[in-house]
Ligand binder design. Structure first.
Ligand SMILES: *Cc1c(COP(=O)(O)O)cnc(C)c1O
Length: 384
């Protein structure tokens, strides 16, 4: 089989790893936004921000160009920069670590638990006099233990910033993630639980952080477009420090808003597909399936199993077997300590044994809200 770019998401192969779902209503919302006089940083963005703040139970939500810029601005908003250290999990997408480096600070890589979330014990071993923040990632939509992380942060006078890229709709103790720390950063990249194609959101309960981020995402300009055009001279604004163009335009905001309206359905469809995989794979020798906490609300972003030593073939052999049958899988993620840039620029104070071992075992199966039973059965057939 010839493999080309974009094949992994293509509808023409056996089972794609992921498949986007843009409805007729989404398309209509985008077309309508194209007719608005303000094509960027306008009323549809405000509407998306208000709807997201309400959805997450946060006082403020600020839309930005993606989750990497969300993390970058959030870290900067905490005054974190040169010489400071930020503790992150070793197993996450590279953007978590890159955003720390972009702010001038140093990422410190901590080990993970069996559930793929950052280990609280490892966080404790990674704290130094330079540590300023803990940056947990709610991996695959499973909330981190925010009680323990909050306790350690308080004890050591540290800030908590949440990477919620996988966790749109995940709650910990009935409270939405992204509201425990000083801020939460969400992604609307196509594979995430809702998409604006590119896009991100920051949730916070701090008016000060919200104001700082809103300013910096728009070139550091202190006045909003509305303020500039309704009072006084539009050109007469000030800038206190160099800002960025991290804006979210009206077209993307319209798509995000339209998708947000059906997030609960999208996540419950994910849950159903998740439970179906579990029901068929739970008892397969050598396979470890992901556990669902009772009564929890989760985003179920990825479906990840672990291939143990007593499974009939290796993880890589299973990956190749599935690929040969047109079933696309992946590994989330190659640990950060294996990347050239982080080998040079990140710090490690604890052993990363669990991350190292987990990397050899995990495989992410095809998973998206509209995956069919037939497709899931094809995947299951290949594994059992
Ligand atoms: C997707 C992702 C990001 C980055 O999101 P973008 O919107 O693509 O910038 C950051 N962290 C994690 C854990 C992610 O999965």
């Amino acid at each position: 089989m010839k493999i080309t770019d974009g094949d992994a998401f293509s509808r023409s192969i056996g089972v794609p790893f992921f498949s986007p779902l843009i409805t007729k209503k989404d398309k209509q919302a985008v077309l309508k936004a194209l007719e608005s006089p303000l094509l960027t940083d306008g009323p549809i963005l405000r509407e998306f921000e208000n709807a997201f703040a309400k959805f997450a139970g946060a006082k403020f939500a600020i839309g930005v160009s993606n989750a990497t810029s969300a993390l970058h601005l959030t870290i900067k908003s905490a005054g974190i920069g040169n010489g400071d250290e930020v503790i992150i999990p070793d197993m996450t997408f590279v953007a978590t670590a890159s955003s720390v480096l972009l702010s001038g600070a140093t990422p410190v890589l901590a080990d993970i638990n069996d559930d793929l979330n950052i280990s609280v014990k490892s966080i404790e071993k990674s704290i130094t006099s330079k540590t300023k923040a803990i940056l947990p990632v709610h991996f695959a939509g499973k909330p981190c233990n925010m009680t323990d992380i909050g306790r350690i942060a308080k004890k050591n006078n540290l800030i908590v910033i949440e990477d919620c890229a996988h966790a749109i709709g995940s709650k910990y103790n009935k409270r939405h993630v992204g509201t425990f720390g000083s801020a939460g950063c969400f992604s609307f990249y196509p594979t995430k639980n809702i998409t604006s194609i590119e896009g991100g959101m920051i949730t916070t309960n701090s008016g000060k952080i919200a104001k700082y981020i809103s300013t910096l995402r728009n070139h550091g300009i202190l006045k909003s477009l509305k303020e500039r055009y309704t009072h006084g001279k539009p050109w007469d604004y000030d800038v206190l420090e160099p800002g960025y163009n991290y804006r979210l335009d009206e077209i993307r905001s319209a798509l995000g808003l339209s998708q947000l309206e059906r997030i609960n359905k999208l996540n419950s469809d994910r849950k159903r597909a998740f439970e179906y995989y579990n029901s068929k794979l739970d008892n397969v020798k050598g396979i470890s399936t992901p556990k669902i906490q009772r009564d929890s609300t989760e985003a179920f972003h990825l479906y990840i199993i672990k291939i143990k030593k007593d499974y009939k073939i290796s993880r890589d052999a299973l990956f190749r077997k599935m690929l040969s049958q047109g079933i696309r899988t992946s590994v989330h993620y190659k640990p950060l300590h294996k990347f050239t840039v982080f080998k040079k620029k990140a710090k490690i104070y604890d052993k990363l044994d669990n991350s190292e071992m987990t990397y050899k075992e995990v495989i992410s199966l095809p998973f998206y809200p509209q995956i069919s039973r037939i497709q899931q059965d094809q995947v299951i057939e290949c594994i059992v």
